[in-house]
Ligand binder design. Sequence first.
Ligand code: PLP
Length: 379
Amino acid sequence: MGETAQHPAAALPDDDCAGAILTIDLDAVKSNYAYLNAQTADAVRCAAVVKADAYGLGAARVVPALYDAGCRFFYVACLDEALAFPGFFDTFPNDITVAVFDGLLPFSAFDAPGWILPVINTPDGLYKQAEKAGRLGRALPAILHVDTGMNRLGVSMRELDDILSDGVPDGVRIVQVMSHLACAEEQGRDMNERQLGRMRDVAARFPDARACFANSSGIFLGSEYHFDMVRPGCSLYGINPVPARDNPMRQPVTLEARVLQIRDAEQGETVGYGATHGFDAPAKLATLSLGYADGYLRCLSDRGRAFVGEQAVPVVGRVSMDLISVDITGISGTNLKVGDMVEILGAHQTADDIADDADTIGYEVLTSLGQRYRRRYTG
Ligand SMILES: *Cc1c(COP(=O)(O)O)cnc(C)c1O
């Protein structure tokens, strides 16, 4: 009575039972870091933005890979992302700095470890940081984010004047001034130069602080945008930093979905929810093991594509939570069968390509990558 059934310890399921497989090539991430670092002068440091779980690729593996590639300065969006860092290493290196963009730290009583650097986005944040320093009885370093035109986060140029006329409060050491470009991926926009002018002014007013301005695309606007440190994110993960030119970045992400079933649709039949896609002629369909719950955006219904070898096959009907259907009528010579893998992201179709089909940006495609893929890391 009351005995619990004893189940044998489950063996790790084999990869051939995994529905969709996400493979991240860490060598490609490292080589992208080296490529970006090589775009700037030796004196300019290259940081890495690893917010949102390294844009969906998995910060736990990407951060140590970037550290191996020489990166020592990381940016995340919120405190919890920074606090995860020690868990990424067997022995946490003592030369890492992690900056937190969101600006909340000065408002919290949390005495952050020395490797976490808060970003201050408001005058109030600056004075709160000073109070905190007073309470803790030691000077606290911080990054001051100045808004140069984005109007999103950061103290305004006017607020900066006020801050400087009163003087930066004792106890706060501004070790970095940063700002963010609104239109960096569009090389001809006046906005870039306007922001650059303001950033020069900011940097000149903090001669002892390091100045950091350029995101991925900003690096390619020219060396005057580099200042003391650059902070690429998306390009590390394969997104094209200059959409008007060929993508120089390597593609670290491969996503394959498994063929779960192959079916014949008769003329006059439909496929999927809402019966939105009909067939005027007999068709052959493959049902694949991924859906919107995996970050395969539902707006790719009747718009996305998958690749069987070299051949593109269209998504037909609506994207379901766990499944999509592709029309394989037109492909030849592949003998596609149940259990085979079909490419969703990879050599034939990048996150930027999917983003074009989905009317969004590659960033959203990558950061939507779901949690239930079998993940493999190589390199
Ligand atoms: C996300 C982010 C970056 C990185 O931008 P990418 O376009 O991904 O290179 C840099 N700076 C700030 C403030 C950001 O929010």
